[in-house]
Each structure stands twice: as structure tokens, then as C-alpha cells.
Design a protein around this ligand. Sequence first.
Ligand SMILES: [Zn+2]
Ligand SMILES: [Zn+2]
Length: 286
Amino acid sequence: MRSSCLHTHTDFCDGKGSVEDFCQAAYAKGLDALGFSAHAPITKKTGIKTEWHLADERLDEYIGTVNAARRLWAGKLRVYLGLEVDYIKGLTSPADKDFQFLGLDYIIGSVHYVLPPDGGEPFTVDDEAAVFEREVVRHFSGDGEAVMETYWDAMEGMISQGGFDILGHLDIVRKNNPRGEYFDPQGERYRRRIRNIAPQAARSGAVVEVNTGGLNRSKTADPYPSLELLGLLRGEGARVTITADAHEPAHLGGYYDTARESLLRAGYAETVEFEGPGRGWTATAI
Ligand SMILES: [Zn+2]
Ligand SMILES: [Zn+2]
């Protein structure tokens, strides 16, 4: 059984630890491959001020540092250069041309932001609970179901545009809803959305990540996507890979057994491992 982590944040964005720190930890844990996926810069493009994305002016330094690590670790650990790119309707998307010319090995496409219907500034569904609550009240009159619908609209928009290799934390909209505070995860509205997203995700051709980031940071009791959504993805033939959404070296490989258990329960017998740009993915038994 091979394992890797293609979803990794260092201190170039909101992670703790250097590229070298993560390489050492990945090697010590026996991972085959480590891919870096800094939150792609958004400020120049969108005007949104943020502390958790890579700064626009540090993009070249990030690329140079990861490529240097790739050379340094050759033969011991496969190191890949990626970015986690936000989709914010009309503002930034993994499909944007500028991301296609950076020499990246892969792109993770993720929805974190929802655009308020009142024209207010976009906010993130995975922010701290108190911040999220304030924004839902301010921009959606407290209507959590509407936020949930807006999130899935954005996900469908991103998938239809394409440009990404990995579909990031597909149902992260669950993060601030552990007890159904904002929407009913068993309700028809939510289940209709995940029934609709599964075939779209599969048809995109991207690999869906099974992301243990919520577990690693004690925010969720299970990986993204949920067991139910994984079952739907399995039914549609979507390929999956396990990632830690690591924000510190200790997260690498964290809760992978939990992810494998979820996958087996959902009917999966294998995950896929990235073989490098142009070389695609190889199946590996769970
Ligand atoms: Zn993310
Ligand atoms: Zn991430």
C-alpha cells in the first residue's frame, strides 16, 4: 500500500514549518510522495486581503524553493509542485490562464468562499465558527440553507470550468455544521445537492481527494467527503486519493486509516497515486 500527501501548506501560506521540515517528516513517515499546495495568491487578482494565502510577491520564491527540494530529495522522496487554487465566481478560478504557465505539476481546485447575494465581500465557509456565524447573519440573514446552496452552486461553477487535477475537500461546507446548526445534512435539500455533485465530479476527470484535514485539526469527526457522498462518488466511478491537508509536518499521514476505513465502507477497493506530470495516476489497493 502506497501513500502520499499532495495537499500540504507550509509557512509560505498558513502552515507551520518550512518545505524542508515537511520533506523530512514525509520521508520519516515513509510517504512515497509529497506535493506542496500553497493557497494560490488572490490579492492582486481579487482585491481580497488575506493572511492565509501565499503573497503575490512570493510566488516565484515558493516555486523555486519547492523545485530545489525536488532536486535535493530525488531518489528518496518524490516532491511535487502544486497550488490550491480558489474558485470565486467571476474573480478567480483554477481555469484561469495564469495558473497554466507556472510549471506546476498539479492544481487542487477548492471552494472556500461564498459570494453573498447582497453584493458584500466573499467570506469563507471554513472560517472560525464565530466569524462564520457573523457573516451568515450579516449577508444571508442567518439562512444557513441558503449558504449551503450557494456553496454547491460555486462548486458546480468550478467543476464546469475545469482547470484542476484534484478536487479539494468536496464537502467542506460541513465544517461549521457539525450538529446541523445551519442546514440539515439528512434533509432533501442537502442530499439533492450531493446527488447532483457526484456525477459532475466524476465526469470532470479530476481525482477527488479524501481529505483528513478536519480530523487533523479536530474540526470534524470524519474525512471530507462524507461517507454518503463517497458512496455516491463510488457509484459514478470517481477516482480518489488520500491527503492530509497538512498544515504542520505532524499532520502528514494523519488519520489515513480512518480515510481508508471510510473508503472501504463506501465500496472503494483502491485509491490512486500521482506519478508526476504527464504520467497520470496509478491505482493502489487500499
Ligand atoms: Zn482548502
Ligand atoms: Zn488546503
